[in-house]
Design a protein around this ligand. Structure first.
Ligand code: A3P
Length: 294
């Protein structure tokens, strides 16, 4: 059935994952009260910020080997996995991932000072990426129309903002990061990783306290390049995880679309760009986040 409105919870329009459609409140509460271990690693990002890419890098760093994992990211995707209990029996370290905003992250993980890798991408490219993602799955997202319609009626519409909207999501994270005295949160900028992958991957490994040789870092970067990851997704990944997730195959086959900085320039009109810049300036007036749009 085609939903006319997305599932709403705590002021957020939610991605149409079966556990959220069934009972969003329960899944959110189960995530918040999850039993955590000291060495759990939580990857947290606003949708379409490069989560799959950075999840692969994090997994390789933790394994200390440039080897693709058979399980896709969806295997440990807290709000989408069919059975959250699966995480209980997994060996450490568990690279869990989520799009939940900071206030809904597992309380115990935060109390433990557990590591959080936060991915940040410029909101114009995020908007474009979400649009293409939604476009291929009209059965779950409804008809989003053309890009201008999507921008107006979805991305900028306060009533249906995905995860409560990019601004609120990222400002909440910034505040948490400022209060984080233990250095538990590490923010990776999509644009920095794209421009300087060796340096950023090294920083990520240092944050995770994993000592890797320079050639290992280089191999991880190479295997996680856009083209290679796209190919690995089709050839290496255990497709049954996708099937069990109940997500439409059109969505799953479109995870690696373009992988560039600045594709927004091919989508935003001058007027849309001006409108967005005005909102951006106002929303981010007290923020120190350095966003790179190109
Ligand atoms: P585009 O739609 O702009 O191509 P997420 O994994 O959070 O859903 O984010 C998806 C976005 O990350 C997509 O953006 C995808 O192409 C991009 N991406 C995935 N792997 C990448 C890589 N290795 N390098 C750069 N971008 C990548």
């Amino acid at each position: 059935p085609q939903p006319s409105m997305p599932v709403m919870f705590d002021g957020m329009a939610l991605p149409p994952f079966p556990p959220l459609i069934n009972n969003a409140k329960k899944r959110f509460e189960d995530i918040r009260s999850l039993d955590c271990r000291q060495d759990d690693v939580l990857l947290v990002a606003y949708p379409k910020s490069g989560t799959h890419w950075i999840w692969e890098i994090v997994c390789m760093i933790l394994k200390q080997k440039a080897e693709y994992s058979k399980e896709p990211k969806e295997f440990l995707f807290l709000e989408a996995m069919p059975d959250l209990d699966v995480v209980r029996n997994l060996p450490s370290p568990r690279p869990m991932n989520t799009h939940l905003p900071y206030r809904w992250l597992p309380t115990q993980h935060i109390e433990n000072g557990g590591k959080i890798v936060h991915v940040l991408r410029n909101p114009k490219d995020v908007c474009v990426s979400i649009f293409h993602h939604a476009k291929v799955a009209p059965t779950v997202h409804g008809d989003v129309g053309d890009f201008q319609t999507f921008f107006k009626t979805r991305f900028m519409n306060p009533k249906v903002k995905l995860m409560g909207g990019w601004f609120k999501y990222e400002k909440e994270f910034e505040e948490a990061e400022k209060k984080d005295k233990r250095g538990a949160i590490f923010t990776v900028h999509y644009e920095n990783l794209k421009k300087n992958p060796i340096h950023e991957t090294r920083r990520l490994a240092d944050f995770l306290n994993i000592d890797l040789r320079q050639e290992d870092i280089a191999e991880i970067v190479d295997k996680c390049s856009f083209q290679k990851l796209k190919q690995a997704d089709e050839t290496v990944k255990d497709q049954s995880v996708f099937k069990e997730s109940g997500l439409p195959t059109t969505l799953i086959n479109n995870l690696y679309r373009k992988g560039e900085i600045g594709d927004w320039k091919n989508h935003f009109t001058v007027a849309m760009n001006e409108q967005f810049d005005t909102v951006f300036k106002e929303e981010m007036r007290d923020s120190d986040i350095d966003i790179q749009f190109e």
